[in-house]
Design a protein. Sequence first.
Length: 470
Amino acid sequence: MSAEIVTNPVALEVKELIDRSRAAQAQIENYTQAQVDELIRAMVWAVAKPDMAEKIARMTVEESQLGNYDGKYLKIFRKTRATLYDIINDKSVGIIEEDKARNLIKIAKPVGVIGALSPSTNPEATPVIKAISAVKGRNSIIIAPHPRAKLTNKFICDRMREAIVKMGAPADLVIPIEAPSVEKTNELMKQCDRVLATGGGAMVTAAYSSGTPALGVGVGNAVITVDNTADLDDAAEKIRISKTLDLAASCSSDNSVLLFESIYDKMLHKLEAQGGYLVSPEEKKRLQATLWEDDHLNTAIVAQPAEKIASLANIDLPEGKTFFIVPETGAGPDYPFSGEKLSVVMALYRVKNIDEAIALTNTIQAYQGQGHSCGIYSVNDDNIMKLAMQTKTSRVMVNQPQAPSNSGNLWNGMRQTFSLGCGSWGGNATNNNITWRDLINETWVSKPLATPKVLPSDEELFGDVIERLK
């Protein structure tokens, strides 16, 4: 250990946590699959049983002052169960894959200590999902929460720790940082074996700069297209569900909706019937001044009810309206509504066809959110696949509410997570929905092929390239 770590009180404090975590991880390094799966079942049940889920949902809203009870309850009660269900039958111990064609065997090995960051917007389920992903790979985890949710994080981690002990394993498989700070989080990222970063852009950048292998996530700014073949009633309902879930705390909430001009007026009326409030040009100016301060998103509006935002923007919001619809024409810094808003505010665009929708999606996400996700309501496979082929995105949700879908749900096959890699487009190392498989090492065993491969002739291998290069 360097002199800096010995003399730096914060580094020493983190080292003590790492030492505890590493000792606990060593005790489960040789656990069987059955033992591992028993642990993660216990961890989820400890926080997701109905009475406890209700308590955590209330606690999260009270401490963070973000989102709402219904959204928090869905995440801690339903999302954690769905994530457990998604991974419980995965083989994560011993031989996890055999490739008979190449005569390869892949063996799972733990990474060690996972250093995880948990955001203020999803502090109820994120610690649980990251913890069971870590333990599924026979790792331990230390969770650094956002200061705005530190009590919630400790409460959740303590419940998991109690459950782990009852299963006969060491509590320190899960350790919360109880008094978080930027310095402490940075130190955790330096000293752990792998970083799993979910949070603001600055924190993800810090994770990649820590010197430790890191899995980070990019900025969300979901763009949703509704074409002329869509079921408009279904689309309007699902857009409302996604836009208002947990008061848009999710980075996957619909930020911009692009309507084909042939269905624009009809679809707009349906969005209004779902609780959308169409702002006037004057109200748009006031709303913009409320949402952004000095070109930065005003934290006072993040994941807040429409009534509160309306009051701050001096907008007389009619009863029953739960989200704002803001007509927009451009994208980029001069059009801030085209960016991520983390609020129940949605930009609305008119496009002629799928080509214009693709171009606008790419323009919007080149400003913010490239690589994260987009969606489409359509039954036209040509439009769906064209959007997927021509956008720089890791996920395309088809006829699904974006926020509860791209991180996995029971109605689709996406892996369950709250950590969405955005690939090189979003400055990330992976496009994956990050799960336990990203938190292990793999040993490949290679045996000789029964019949060795034979290198083909130059004519077969290079084809007409030989003649063309003469």
